[in-house]
Design a protein around this ligand. Sequence first.
Ligand code: TA6
Length: 285
Amino acid sequence: MTPWNLSHRLHGELPFYTVEAHGLTIYEQGAHVASWHRPNGDPVFFMSQSSHFEPGKPIRGGIPLVFPWFGPRADDPAAPAHGFARTRDWFFEGFSQDGSSSTVEFSLASDEATKAIWPHDFEARYSMTAVPDELKFHFSVRNTGSQPVRFEAVLHTYFVVQDVREIEIEGLEGSEYLDKLSGQSIRQQGRIRFTEETDRVYNATSGNFIIHDPGLRRRILINTDSPSTVVWNPWVAKAQRLPDFGDEEWPGMVCVESGVIGDDRRDVPPGEELSFTVIYKVRDI
Ligand code: TA6
């Protein structure tokens, strides 16, 4: 087994794949990317020390895959938050290796269980390609039904930061956002800084963002052709309310999420697909 190979193991009852050379681990449940490392081994994604790793329970960190709705389901408060994709087992489609580039692909198709919750036929595919200090995702959903379908889909990515109170996020200046805490629509003035619980949904965004992290002496560049962006940090009180998140973990993470939410949704006609790409690059400061 070389570090460039793909291993397949169990964490409790959850099967996961690993490409050691990239510190890239992906759980079959949710095709959930749980870790990705820089060449020197530094982690890029945050994982809570209190996360569940049990069938049917979301993993708290890495990249939860949100589909087919974001947040609570408007027409069914009892439905799982952020949809069912992150707690369903995805099908491993394959692995390829080309020099230092590793690609892993998964799929999820509608079945009786998904249609009992969300009455639409679909085929989703999700691939990730890692090279040193760069990770590229492609997500697509094909409408295999006979009627147009509309849905939300987000890579709900948790990034490690030295201290969220010291970072800045560039690239959303001038964008309008829904402040989920106040319910107000506000225009972003300047770079994003964090002084309290922050939970914002930006629509029609540029797709080019930078997390400036002076504490870790690095920048994380985010490039995406998806229109929606979410920025979240739970801060003190919400962190204490999350059973799978340590009370003291909130300074060490920030979520910058890319996908299609709310007003950015569009009808996908039968036989057509909606897709987007997200690329993360890590650079030293
Ligand atoms: O993306 C931000 C958010 O919608 C927050 O409101 C918070 O609920 C977070 O997602 C985590 O959601 P989860 O269902 O994973 O606890």
